[in-house]
Design a protein around this ligand. Structure first.
Ligand SMILES: Nc1ncnc2c1ncn2[C@@H]1O[C@H](COP(=O)(O)OP(=O)(O)OP(=O)(O)O)[C@@H](O)[C@H]1O
Ligand SMILES: [Mg+2]
Length: 453
């Protein structure tokens, strides 16, 4: 620990030099500051491993410094020093992300112990993180949860692209996390302290889109009873998220393209152009290339948006994420509704893993929330799952869904196709595939063998 660099923030000169000497004698390399302003300047000059700061400072509170450090240098440890009798401050500091606190007056040994413990804890965390990264075992990014290979690839790309200004098109079925990915791109970017403005292109009536996007001057048209800046201006120096961009009417597309290309917008009702600096992230659950082919989306705008495409995989193609997501949503629901934590027994989890989740993660989140609200004795129950997840629920309907064509079919080819589909849907898990066809496992294996699958 002895090479650790500390920043000591204390306004009382005698205290400051006393502590600085004591810490230096312990082998720490110590920088000292007497105010928030000096602390900021010191941090800008050289990073430190740990900040030891008084709560009360001449130009503000240690809490401000803590918030800045948590935002800009999350790896930096922070120990807050509070005055005697202000335990509420200490609690506040810990909530705000301080690693530890010391109440004045403190013993030398208490100080050294707190610093040592904090630094050791931080070092361990760092090692774990490095190790997880090395092994590619990361299982979340900002608010995205899931450790499947597909999600890890996505995290890598999001991280790499977040620092750039490149326009990104997020694609994927409904409920796969496109909006969360857009927010992660913003959170991990240098723009994170600037606005993230989300616009749902499908929700704005066609006639109002232009003024929503670019702003409107009062009196520009009937109903424009006040001037509004528009979403581009609101997102200036931040990120503009164009959600459901595939729904954008053709009439507005050339104007959007122009704004994107030139970085300038014109308020409705004026001729004056305003320069804006926005990073655009767009999302769609449509196949935009197909929309272009059918003349429903302009090709030039498509190319302008699709500089980098990031695909969010459907949940049924990464079923290994289901247990972690289910636990995440169960804990979240318990917190939200102020109810006790609920355990998901293996039999229920199996159903969650097997389900195809056409509504993807959103649908899973709702199902789990329901399980938590209806649980009894702290356990989720199969009967509280939505209808279509009940054992055998999908079965009765299967009789008669296949109509034999008048010209007949090849039964063998059909059987082979069903086996292949079941395997695909079950993500290669043969026991699960057998259940999808309501076949005993052995009978299923026999048929696989027969078709050499
Ligand atoms: N990987 C994930 N981890 C945690 N929560 C997720 C994840 N993916 C989606 N969610 C949750 O599922 C819900 C839907 O996600 P989101 O709104 O990002 O989906 P979307 O792709 O934008 O869907 P749509 O096309 O329907 O708008 C949200 O509540 C979100 O928090
Ligand atoms: Mg969305």
């Amino acid at each position: 620990m002895s090479e650790a660099r500390l920043l000591l923030v204390e306004d009382e000169p005698d205290q400051r030099s006393l502590l600085a000497d004591l810490l230096a004698a312990e082998g720490y390399s110590v920088a000292a500051a007497s105010s928030l302003a000096e602390a900021r300047a010191e941090l800008a000059r050289a990073p430190v491993d740990l900040v030891l700061s008084d709560w009360r400072l001449p130009d503000g509170e240690g809490g401000e410094l803590l918030a800045e450090i948590r935002r800009d240098r999350p790896e930096t440890a922070f120990v807050m020093v509070t005055a005697y009798g202000t335990i509420a401050r200490a609690v506040e500091a810990i909530r705000a992300g301080a690693d530890d606190y010391l109440a004045k007056p403190f013993e030398r040994s208490a100080l050294l112990l707190a610093l040592e413990r904090t630094l050791k804890h931080r070092a361990l965390e760092r090692e774990n993180r490095d190790l997880a990264r090395e092994l590619g075992l990361r299982d979340r990014l900002v608010d995205l949860v899931g450790g499947s290979a597909a999600m890890r690839r996505l995290y890598d790309r999001v991280e790499r692209l977040a620092g750039t200004r490149a326009t990104i098109l997020l694609t994927g079925e409904s409920g796969t996390g496109k909006e969360l990915a857009a927010r992660a791109l913003h959170q991990l970017s240098p723009r994170r302290d600037r606005p993230f403005v989300a616009v749902n292109c499908a929700a704005i009536p066609e006639g109002l889109i232009e003024s929503e996007f670019f702003g409107v001057e009062r009196g520009a048209y009937t109903g424009a009873d006040r001037s509004r800046p528009g979403r581009f201006v609101a997102a200036d120096s931040g990120t503009l998220f164009l959600d459901e961009v595939g729904e954008l009417p053709l009439t507005i597309q050339p104007k959007l393209l122009r704004a994107l290309q030139e970085g300038r917008v014109t308020r409705v009702g004026t001729s004056e152009e305003v320069e804006v600096d926005v990073r655009v992230v767009a999302a769609t659950n449509r196949d935009l290339a197909a929309e272009v082919a059918q003349g429903r989306f302009r090709e030039d705008l498509y190319y302008r948006l699709n500089v980098v495409a990031l695909g969010l995989p459907p949940l049924r193609e990464r079923r290994e994420d289901v247990p972690m997501l289910a636990a995440h949503f169960a804990a979240r629901a318990a917190r939200r509704h102020g109810v006790p934590e609920v355990e998901i027994p293996p039999a229920v989890m199996r159903r969650l893993i097997e389900h195809a989740w056409p509504g993807n993660v959103r649908e899973l989140a709702h199902a789990v929330e329901r399980l938590v609200l209806l649980a009894e004795g702290g356990k989720a129950r199969i009967e509280d799952l939505p209808e279509e997840l009940h054992p055998g629920a999908a079965r009765p309907a299967s009789e008669g869904i296949f109509r034999l064509p008048a010209g007949g079919i090849s039964f063998e080819a059909h059987e082979r196709d069903l086996l292949r589909q079941a395997l695909e849907l079950a993500g290669g898990n043969r026991a699960r595939a057998a259940r999808l066809l309501d076949l005993p496992y052995k009978a299923f294996l026999y048929r696989l063998e027969k078709h050499r699958l």
